[in-house]
Design a protein around this ligand. Structure first.
Ligand code: NOJ
Length: 756
């Protein structure tokens, strides 16, 4: 091995070993095998390894199918010639076997294919959308659902998922908020890392280990105005402070691939950004796997106005550090000539091919190209009762009780007449949420089915849509009002259809569609108690009778077990415990809106002047803040204590707080620790989440929990993009959301001060 190859290899090994994954050991012969292969490969075969095409062996209707080879026969020819290294977005063992047979037995070098796909929140068992699951504030839950997804995906003949989405999303107009973990960097980092662990498991060579691909590198969630595929203009400091850490956490957890974002940063499309994909990603972040382009993103460099033509686009992408081109076919078409003409050094191509082959080696594909292609697993490990039970549990833990005047939980034994009104009542097409392409249509539990199953007398439930998702139904509101009037309580199931969030679903307002708002207002006017069951893939600005309802549950898109999980919470079988991973603003116009914003020189809390940092129509607070979520019981925090109010440079300060369940039900609360650096050489947010702990308590029970704070927790990215901590005062809050909470302060002392 040359030094360089050794470095690449030890990077992979080191990354895995350092973060709890078992060592990935390559036998000397295996490494030699990669070297030998590269030595024998033609430039066309190398470009083939660097090409990922839509899977025509087992097509399923991918999200953007306009490009690429659409038939099996033509694709077979390409595989035989070694012109493809990876297929994506098809499932099924039989098709994958046909493709793998061609690669292994009929191509000149027999290099196995990698099968990738978008398994974002489930294959057949659909778990809550990632944003919903983020409401659990529970990395262990995220790990376990990712594990279950991996079992199903690998049983269906996949090796890699294009997940988790590690983009911090701060503008709710952006449709892809739904795919990530919300607006906070710490929460996103914790959940992304947990998902990587869950997907990959402990041993990459196991048949049920699914490679993770944290995406989209980088700052895709910062597109201006929330406009999909848009531009990002961002300081280097903010990029590093807010958008890179979830990727760093994912790589530290062992992820060996990533995907360049569609968007541009500061005038350079990520796909062509060598400073980003090579200097930062590999140099600074020590990423040692391989980089996918996003879907035809290399070709899109032309539309960006960054590449002259396809050849130029391929050149720019490969030189920037995109190792695997997704779907455009540009590498296979242009790399041979680009290398021949000297426009791209062969060494650059070899490094990319080596990265890809090492990943294939790490997952055991050379030893066993048939891994994850097992008909028995396909029959027995997909959509199992255990996964379904986990989906219900996860869905219950993803629901956030935003508001409750006391109408919830409903006691079904009281025999109340319940009206289920709204377009989501019996609808089964909007249960899974976006990015659940492989889920069987209609197999998710709708609300009415879930409620009927939980009611002693199903006849107590009357159902009426009242309107469509995005338009009125003839006589719908009148019928709904009649039913509401004869009911004791109304469940109003309204919100976004699943095509309103996800890729390419940016919206200018984040409100309930007008027809549904009209329905809600008509129901509100009946004076009946109303429980709003929101369906949504982003935070919403709520108005009128929706906001005024007696209770509101954020139910997002909960997946296969949606209706059961909502019934569990409505009837109190499950005590809600979710916390908002995104702030709900008062108005759409507040976006981009997130809790860890800056103070400004005229903070809204400063009552001395009317000339403050707020809109004239609403101040810049949240209707429901980040971290907010109620329970059917009541938790009280007290006894906030510090081991020391002074933190010396290398010391740890212990923070303890007592949590008591003062209510009459068992429940679970998330204690959230926030800091504020009072004075710094670069202004700091008004609050930053640093740690959280979930505690489950019986009625009357108290527990004291402990957080440890070290200097690293107080660091930030200072001027010139250096991570620094500065001595001085820090506010500390431990609370139940990003507002309020118990408050104290610590002072960080400079290194020079002696210990006492
Ligand atoms: C485009 C999306 O941006 C990306 O997230 C996805 O993985 C690819 N398409 C493949 O479907």
């Amino acid at each position: 091995m040359t030094m360089h190859r050794r470095a690449v290899l030890s990077g992979i090994l080191g990354g895995a070993a350092a973060f709890g994954l078992p060592r990935i050991t390559f036998a000397a012969g295996e490494v030699q095998r990669v070297d030998d292969l590269i030595a024998r490969m033609t430039i066309e075969e190398k470009a083939g390894q660097m090409t990922c095409l839509a899977d025509a062996f087992r097509p399923f209707n991918p999200p953007n199918p306009q490009a690429g080879i659409q038939d099996e026969k033509r694709l077979s020819e390409e595989i035989r010639k070694g012109r493809v290294g990876c297929l994506f977005n098809g499932i099924g063992v039989a098709g994958a076997r046909r493709a793998q047979e061609l690669a292994v037995k009929e191509s000149r070098l027999g290099i196995p294919l990698l099968f990738a796909g978008d398994v974002i929140h489930g294959l057949k068992t659909i778990f809550p959308v990632p944003l919903a699951e983020a409401s659990s504030f529970d990395p262990e839950l995220a790990r376990s659902t990712a594990r279950a997804m991996a079992v199903e995906a690998t049983a269906a003949g996949l090796h890699l998922t294009f997940a988790p989405m590690a983009d911090v999303a701060r503008d709710q107009r952006w449709g892809r908020v739904v795919e990530g973990s919300g607006e906070d960097v710490t929460l996103t980092a914790l959940l992304s890392a947990a998902r990587v662990h869950g997907f990959q498991g402990r041993d990459l060579r196991r048949a049920d280990s699914l490679l993770a691909c944290p995406k989209h590198f980088a700052a895709y969630g910062a597109v201006a105005g929330g406009l999909e595929y848009g531009s990002v203009d961002i300081s280097d400091e903010t990029l590093r402070e807010t958008h890179l850490p979830p990727f760093a956490a994912s790589f530290a957890a062992g992820a060996l691939t990533t995907m360049a974002a569609f968007s541009e940063i500061n005038g350079v499309p990520a796909t062509a950004d060598r400073a980003l994909l090579t200097d930062t990603l590999r140099g600074e972040m020590e990423f040692r796997g391989f980089v996918f382009s996003d879907y035809t993103a290399d070709e899109e460099l032309i539309a960006h106005g960054y590449a002259e033509d396809e050849r130029d686009a391929a050149r720019l992408a490969v030189l920037a550090g995109v190792d695997m081109s997704m779907q455009s076919g540009l590498y296979i078409r242009y790399l041979p000539e680009l290398v021949k003409s000297g426009a791209v050094p062969m060494g650059t191509v070899d490094v990319a091919v080596r990265r890809i082959l090492y990943v294939k080696l790490a997952m055991g594909l050379f030893d066993n190209p048939w891994r994850s292609l097992d008909e028995e697993a396909e029959r027995t490990r997909i959509a199992t009762p255990a996964h379904r039970a986990l989906a219900r549990d996860a869905a219950g833990r993803s629901i956030v009780l935003l508001k409750n005047s006391g109408v919830l939980p409903i006691d079904p034994s009281q025999g109340q007449k319940i009206a289920l009104i709204g377009p989501f009542g019996e609808d089964r097409d909007n249960v899974y949420g976006p990015w659940a392409f492989y889920g069987d249509p209609g197999k998710g539990v709708d609300l009415a089915t879930g409620l009927r199953a939980a009611l002693p007398d199903a006849a107590k439930l009357a159902v009426e849509p009242g309107c469509g998702m995005d338009g009125p139904i003839d006589g719908g509101i009148a019928r709904a009002v009649e039913i509401a009037k004869s009911a004791d309580i109304v469940l109003l199931a309204i919100g976004e259809s699943q095509t309103m969030s996800g890729e390419a679903q940016s919206r200018t307002t984040i409100e309930i569609p007008a027809a549904q708002q009209a329905l809600a207002d008509a129901i509100g006017a009946t004076g009946k108690p109303v429980v709003v069951l929101l369906r949504h893939g982003r935070a919403l600005a709520l108005h009128g009778s929706v906001a005024d309802a007696q209770a509101i549950l954020a139910t997002w898109f909960l997946g296969s077990e949606s209706g059961h999980a909502v019934a569990d919470v409505l009837f109190g079988t499950v005590n809600p415990s979710g916390k908002l991973p995104v702030s709900f603003p008062w108005e759409s116009g507040q976006e981009p809106f997130f809790y860890d914003r800056k103070s400004t020189g005229r903070p809204v809390v400063d009552n001395r002047t009317e000339y403050r940092a707020r809109y004239t129509t609403t101040d810049n607070s949240a209707r429901f803040p980040f971290g907010h979520g109620l329970s059917y019981t009541e938790f009280v925090l007290d006894n906030l204590k510090l081991s020391d109010s002074a933190m010396r440079w290398d010391d740890t300060v212990e923070i303890s707080v007592r949590i008591t369940n003062k209510g009459s039900r068992r429940g679970s609360e998330v204690a959230q620790l926030y800091i504020r650096d009072r004075v710094a050489s670069r202004t700091r947010p008004i609050r930053e989440l640093k740690a959280m702990q979930r505690v489950s308590l019986s009625p009357g029970e108290s527990r004291t929990i402990h957080f440890s704070l070290i200097r690293k927790d107080l660091e930030f990215i200072g001027q010139g993009s250096k991570r620094i901590a500065e001595p001085g005062m820090f506010d500390i809050w431990v609370g139940q959301s990003s507002t309020g909470g118990l408050h104290t302060q610590i002072e960080l002392y400079a290194a020079a001060l002696p210990k006492n």
